[in-house]
Design a protein around this ligand. Structure first.
Ligand code: FMN
Length: 363
């Protein structure tokens, strides 16, 4: 999620939740190919996030071809093309969900990206295609802080995947997914809303289910997405729609443990009468430590004027425990990790939780 799932957020998810697969924020192919400092930012990652997929957006097949080489070179495990972003700047210029209106271009982009991944796997270098190696070295350097450099996997053909929506202003997902299937991506992920809906209303899982049948009959995996808020949501949506898996976005904000114990979900989906699953939880102490760790990590990656971008995460963590609202109100005014630590210490000194409160805080 643009503006949310940066490297520090994803590191927290990997540490405390361990999702099966993680996607970067969407990244502009122009920025990648021109190697601008800011352009590389969303592509920083640490090894603990693997498998990690880089998500790109744009509408120029030639640039996708080049960008695919960069994604291979940076050691990602997959390349995902965004065909679902509804934002005006992106979609009205023909990228993101705008591609739903230009299916031929969408197929051309997929073919080009795939060819780029294949040529890179077969040994073609960045110099061969006219990209500056120096810019990439700089990107890799930046990637190493504060962890060791991510291990460079051997050159191999990494999978191409696509994430999209149900349609532009009406639901056309069956025809649209038939078209996408011609490009033979490994996975098609579907957010159950049209562009016109943005994030309004409920995700339409019946439409996802219908498309899933089309897509799976072509031997392509399908991931459903939209409004999964709990393990029980995950189980019931997978069972009812027949998707191969689900993607979780907003419910992971301040809540990495939603990804814990995925085997419970996997087992329940095979059970015709699945048991009701309790939500995973952590103690209040762990939650507070997580807030401090996240803020500290954020600081180590960013100049201090950027700290206000961290505040929303702190607000999301402040939920579900006694006096959380008051703490949230203070957290969203913090300017550095030290402030966060101070507020946690203040809370601990002011509130001696009873055993019952501490338990409810962790659920
Ligand atoms: C702030 C924000 C930024 C997002 N950025 C992206 C993005 O960069 N790429 C993408 O594929 N989807 C993006 N999305 C959409 C989400 O990935 C997801 O499809 C949508 O929120 C529905 O899933 P959820 O109900 O689990 O959040 C974004 C959503 C939000 C709220």
């Amino acid at each position: 999620m643009d503006g949310v799932t940066d490297v520090t957020f994803r590191h927290m998810m990997a540490t405390y939740g361990q999702p099966d697969v993680t996607f970067t924020e969407f990244t502009n192919i122009h920025d990648i190919c021109h190697g601008s400092r800011a352009g590389w930012e969303p592509l920083r990652y640490s090894d603990c996030e693997r498998p990690i997929v880089a998500q790109l957006y744009g509408k120029d097949p030639a640039l996708f071809y080049k960008a695919a080489h960069v994604i291979g070179e940076l050691g990602f495990d997959g390349l995902d093309i965004n065909m679902g972003c509804p934002s005006k700047n992106v979609a009205s210029s023909g990228s993101g969900a705008g591609l739903i209106r230009t299916p031929e271009l969408a197929l051309e982009i997929m073919a080009s990206a795939k060819q780029g991944l294949a040529d890179w796997a077969n040994g073609q270098t960045l110099e061969d295609i006219g990209l500056k190696k120096a810019a990439l070295e700089q990107a890799k350097d930046r990637n190493t802080q504060p962890w060791p450099e991510p291990e460079q996997p051997p050159r191999r053909f990494i999978p191409l995947t696509v994430k999209t929506r149900l349609g532009y202003d009406s639901v056309v997902i069956n025809e649209w997914s038939d078209c996408l299937a011609q490009g033979q991506p490994e996975v098609i992920s579907i957010h159950g809303r049209t562009l016109k809906q943005m994030y309004r209303g409920e995700a339409d899982w019946e439409a996802i289910a219908s498309a899933a049948q089309h897509i799976k009959s072509r031997g392509i995996l399908v991931l459903g997405n939209g409004d999964i808020r709990s393990r029980n949501d995950a189980v019931s949506r997978i069972q009812a729609s027949g998707v191969d898996g689900i993607l979780i976005g907003r419910a992971a904000q301040g809540n990495p443990w939603i990804f814990q114990e995925k085997d419970l979900i996997r087992n329940a989906t095979h059970n015709p009468n699945p048991p009701s699953l309790s939500e995973a939880s952590v103690s209040l102490e762990t939650r507070f430590q997580m807030m401090i760790n996240h803020a500290t990590l954020f600081e180590s990656f960013n100049e201090s004027p950027r700290f206000p971008r961290m505040r929303k995460h702190l607000g999301w963590y402040c939920s579900g425990f006694p006096h959380a609202a008051a703490m949230r109100a203070n957290m969203v005014k913090t300017n550095n990790a030290q402030d966060v630590k101070g507020l946690v210490e203040e809370y601990m000194s002011q509130h001696v939780l009873t055993e019952a409160e501490a338990v409810s805080a962790s659920s």
